[in-house]
Design a protein around this ligand. Structure first.
Ligand code: ADP
Length: 245
């Protein structure tokens, strides 16, 4: 019953940390360097597409439009990569302050209303007026991304529900849809970077495969959890918890 000794093993991870830091810096520099010329390309293509510089043939217009959509996609991708890198490296800290849950939800719904209208989706809100201490911009960003996915993966004319419930120590928010659902073997992996159920999703639905990885980081930095329950073919419900204090 007496301790005779113990065995300990220590690994020096300074090299790994230094490599990670270099990688983060590289991603950040490349991201910013790409964004500047991309903004100029986007501006030029936009101007061409208005046909103010001269009229385009139908084929010419089609090609400019494709290039414009692709620069939009690339901009979204670069912004998401930079966002994720900033949150992961700890350069962005969560600026918490007391926020009304209902206001956070309404703000997210408002920014997704135009997309919902264009997909003819109804958003039903079941909210509550309680205060939680969170970074409002980042939580709204997470909710907006979850709503955008729910709209993207639902059929036209469907309904999406966003709901908040107060529990003893936290508030649980859920975003439910009756869309295409997620296969059970992908339930965990979709929260990792660049993981999409279908590799054509990024082209066809304009996603980057980084949205859920960003949501997970934001929620984790608030001390909360995020997960999904889904039946493939029948819809999904994404849950996130945020501690009340
Ligand atoms: P994306 O930009 O592709 O939407 P996300 O990280 O937000 O990237 O989501 C990753 C993948 O998870 C999506 O490409 C999709 O395959 C799946 N997914 C996310 N939300 C839903 C949903 N509500 N219904 C069905 N599939 C979803």
């Amino acid at each position: 019953g007496k301790i005779k000794g113990f065995f300990g093993l220590t690994s020096d991870i300074s090299d790994r940390k230094a490599t990670e830091r270099m990688k983060d810096e590289f991603v950040s520099v490349v991201g910013h360097e790409l964004r500047t010329p991309l903004t100029s390309i986007h501006g030029s293509l936009k101007l061409l597409s208005t046909q103010r510089l001269g009229s385009l043939s139908a084929k010419g217009y089609e090609i400019v439009d494709i290039a414009l959509k692709n620069t939009d996609r690339l901009t979204r991708l670069i912004n998401d990569v930079l966002d994720l890198e900033r949150i992961e490296s700890g350069r962005v800290t969560m600026e918490r302050r007391p926020c009304d849950v209902e206001q956070l939800i309404l703000q997210a719904v408002q920014s997704m209303q135009a997309m919902a209208d264009s997909h003819r989706i109804d958003i039903v809100v079941e909210s509550l007026t309680t205060t939680i201490s969170v970074d409002p911009d980042h939580i709204t960003q997470a909710l907006t991304n979850l709503l955008s996915n729910a709209i993207k993966f639902s059929s036209e004319g469907a309904t999406v529900w966003i709901r908040a419930i107060e529990r003893e120590t936290d508030v649980i928010l859920s975003i439910r849809d009756h869309g295409r659902g997620i296969p059970s073997d992908k339930i965990e992996t979709i929260f990792d970077r660049f993981q999409q159920v279908d590799s054509s999703d990024s082209r066809q639905r304009g996603g980057t495969g980084l949205g859920l990885a960003i949501c997970k980081k934001i929620v984790q930095q608030h001390g909360g959890k995020i997960w999904v329950e889904s039946t493939f073919g029948f819809g999904s419900t994404f849950f996130l918890t945020l501690p009340t204090s």
